[in-house]
Design a protein around this ligand. Sequence first.
Ligand code: PLP
Length: 373
Amino acid sequence: MFENYNVPKELKPSDPRFGCGPSLIPVEFLKSLAATGTELLGTSHRKPAVKNLVKEVREGLMEYFNLPEDYSVVLGNGGATFLFDSIGLGMVEKKSVHYTCGEFSSKWFKAHNKIPWIEAEEVSVDFGGGINPENRSDADMICCTLNETSTGVIVHEFPEVDENTILAVDATSGGGQVACDLSKVDLFFFGPQKVFASEGGLWIAIMSPKARKRALQLAEDKSRYIPDIMSWKTAIENSDKNQTYNTPAIATFFFLNEQIKRMNKAGYQGVIDEGKRRAELLYGWAEEKDYLSPYIKEEKFRSTCVATIDVDDKVDASALVNRLLAEGSVYNIDAYRKLGRNQFRIAMFYNISYEDLEKLTKILSDAIESELK
Ligand SMILES: Cc1ncc(COP(=O)(O)O)c(C=O)c1O
């Protein structure tokens, strides 16, 4: 199936990158990085050029998310998965409750569940369903995933938590595009390789004063062995000085900063609205075609960053995905590997243009309808 399919010339997208992990980095950013010549790459992260870049990133995020002044933007190396462990090790007092609906939320739960000095509880729904996190008086951390990248589910309602409870949100693939009032969240973390159009390997944690206090207090608990690389105290102290504990990839900061500037021009609400517009396009198309259907049945849980669209069994979705990849027009729209569904999973991140997404729907329809004829 689809072996000989070629994308019609008029439907070629301006950029073939529609994958969710990681997302496209605009080619203009690569050119601007090259133009920095000897100024940044290969210079020390303890000297002004890089420290000013990190400062711009931290201030840019404060502006973008309209953060209260007493919030901290903390960063370090290791990506979001690294934080699954270090949050459990150094930020949970006794118990975390995890609202899970897919691979990533459940992976975070599993990381906490291995830690001997805390208890972790999972509240889950079957893959394909959405979940509303709730406050729990027996827990001191509530964990949820803003955009579950494996299934394409968003959290659209956040609970008010108790004075001593941390509301922690993994915002890796939704942060910046899925609506969330960060002044109600204590720990909002992400890797910058999705909406923020940078490389992987860095983590960013936006912390409320409550979260910062908890991290610094638990750092004093010497009964917990926490490796230095995972120390929240060290990460906070370095970030306050616009540095990371160990050597970062400077290009990652550069791309991130370019994207924050671009998103600040549009504003948080502007980017959220663009996500909704893209989502209407993709789910509307999936509902209209009888060989497609949105995987997430309850509309309010459908992601505005990652669309998951089931394909009728008569059509081999992965054969088409592979053909488009080989042909060079569309990359990486396969279903999350462990989900094992006959599905397209398409990123709708801010940098993926509406016009290209429109072309993508036309390509997929053209290919499928010519096979089904
Ligand atoms: C929701 C979510 N959390 C965590 C991760 C892991 O991020 P990283 O690769 O930066 O460790 C991902 C990666 O795709 C993700 O989508």
